[in-house]
Write a protein that binds this ligand. Structure first.
Ligand SMILES: Cc1ncc(COP(=O)(O)O)c(C=O)c1O
Length: 363
């Protein structure tokens, strides 16, 4: 088609070879762990990327929003987990409609969130995973109350317990201490398998034991008794995952192409990618992403220190070498947040852009 340098900036790029390598290697690793792979769709929101994950053996997808569920159902992808509590009339009505189409499980953590859904379903089967908190402190029943909750939910007309799930998102708190992170990932996996055993001991079926995160993908899925893993970010990786040691920078497939537009103040260089291109995820950590040259090599001593809507502020001694018009590529802090800012991605192969793929199901 054309070179990335010919694109209007800012633009969202995905390096095809890196993405395909990430997809293939995670599939192989989960094969080695002996668990099913149900990637989170929120990272790409792109059917063309999802098809590659399915080609490499993903059993289906994890979704967080109704729009993601609807898009994949419309594309004929079955075996979905909507890993979010469908609370409120609109989401309950959507859940019932989506359950009627089949191939959907829902994550639930309480009788309060489940009861309106069960009632609206009017006897329709509602397959669900019990969401268990293994340390994140977000949704998920405490392990100590999991069996009692599982029993009450399973007794509710229509609800059908398929297993247990957790999102070990708290692993990010371990930062660069990969050893502690791996131990915590294994601990989360063990906690979930213990809950599954206790649920079974109470007389309930619990075939699925589902963990899910990219930093945890090297630990939690390898715990005996875990049956599936739901990493999402791995499909692109990002600067956040590099800081956690989940990947090296040369594995990051998603970049934002941006141009230097102003150098009026010494020590600060302005580019045309701001928070509407990057998302502000991770900015509290002092940067919006890793600044690289057009070939993807990180620039020494250049920090993407701040952003307005459509302007980015680069600082550091390395900015002295930058000129108006220079093209840069930025590896975002959080690929999933950046994806949600864009309607289209440009697929890059070497020095060529070879395809434009739509990003859908955005907020
Ligand atoms: C429920 C659930 N499962 C899986 C994931 C995927 O985790 P990651 O983004 O670390 O790959 C997420 C991410 O937020 C999640 O919320």
């Amino acid at each position: 088609m054309s070179a990335p340098a010919d694109l209007a900036t800012p633009a969202l790029l995905v390096d095809r070879a890196r993405m395909e390598r990430n997809v293939a290697e995670m599939a192989a690793a989960m094969g080695e762990a002996g668990v099913a792979l149900r990637p989170h769709f929120k990272t790409s929101k792109c059917v063309e990327v999802a098809r590659r994950q399915l080609d490499h053996g993903a059993i289906g997808f994890t979704c967080s929003t109704p729009a993601e569920v609807r898009l994949l159902q419309d594309e004929g992808v079955g075996d979905l987990l909507w890993a979010h509590q469908p609370v409120g009339p609109a989401k309950v009505a959507f859940a019932v409609e989506a359950l009627r189409r089949g191939g959907l499980m829902i994550g639930l953590d309480s009788v309060e969130s489940a009861a309106p859904l069960a009632e609206a379903a009017g006897g329709l089967r509602v397959p669900f995973l019990l969401d268990v908190d293994t340390g994140l402190g977000r949704t998920g029943v405490d392990p100590g109350r999991a069996v009692a909750t599982a029993i009450r939910l399973a007794e509710t007309k229509g609800l059908e317990l398929r297993g247990v799930m957790t999102h070990e998102g708290h692993l990010g708190r371990y930062g660069a201490d990969r050893t502690a992170l791996e131990e915590a990932g294994a601990r989360a996996g063990r906690r979930l398998t213990e809950v599954a055993s206790a649920v079974r001991a109470a007389g309930l079926d619990c075939p699925i034991v589902s963990v899910g995160s990219t930093p945890g993908a090297t630990s939690a899925p390898f715990v005996a008794g875990v049956t599936e893993a739901r990493p999402g970010t791995y499909v692109y990786y990002d600067s956040g995952q590099v800081r956690l040691g989940s990947a090296t920078l040369d594995r990051c497939a998603q970049t934002v192409l941006t141009r230097v537009v102003s150098t009026q103040r010494p020590g600060t260089v302005i580019v045309d990618a701001g928070v509407k291109a990057m998302s502000s995820d991770g900015l509290a950590g002092g940067t919006l992403g890793t600044v690289c040259d057009l070939a993807g090599r990180p620039l020494e001593d250049v920090t993407f220190a701040n952003g307005n809507e459509e302007h980015g502020y680069l600082t550091g001694a390395g900015t002295a070498g930058l000129r108006v018009g220079d093209l840069l590529r930025v590896v975002p802090n959080h690929a999933c947040g950046t994806t949600n800012m864009w309607s289209v991605l440009h697929v890059v192969e070497g020095d060529d852009t070879v395809a434009r793929w739509p990003i859908r199901a955005r907020h």
